[in-house]
Design a protein around this ligand. Structure first.
Ligand SMILES: [Zn+2]
Length: 114
């Protein structure tokens, strides 16, 4: 265990049928859901929470490059929800997709059409 390991599973839900958008529940304010869009900011993603709006995104606008979320990481340009949604996407979309490509890209891609 290190300082970056999450001990609690975050509450994350897909935002209806909107691709790449997730709702992430606030840990400090249960019942409050933040909207994360992984495609905004040229793929770096955005979040509706106060931390992103007042700290992370202003950092990005000031320094001009991406610094991932980390506890007390100076100058970070992501909030915790954004990091959690990216991890959720990686676990639920990227890894299963790569597993299907284990034997090469199939001719029939119907498995990937919702
Ligand atoms: Zn956030």
């Amino acid at each position: 265990m290190d300082q970056w390991t999450e001990t609690e599973t975050p509450h994350i839900a897909e935002d209806g049928d909107a691709a790449f958008r997730y709702r992430v529940e606030s840990k400090s304010r249960p019942g409050t859901w933040n909207l994360v869009d992984l495609t905004d900011r040229n793929g770096l993603g955005t979040c509706s929470c106060v931390d992103f709006q007042t700290r992370a995104n202003p950092n990005f606008k000031r320094i001009g490059y991406h610094i991932p979320w980390g506890p007390n990481r100076e100058g970070r340009t992501d909030c915790k929800h954004l990091a959690q949604a990216k991890e959720y996407f990686y676990q639920t979309v990227t890894i299963p997709m790569l597993a299907k490509f284990k034997n090469g890209i199939p001719q029939d891609l119907s498995d990937f059409v919702p």
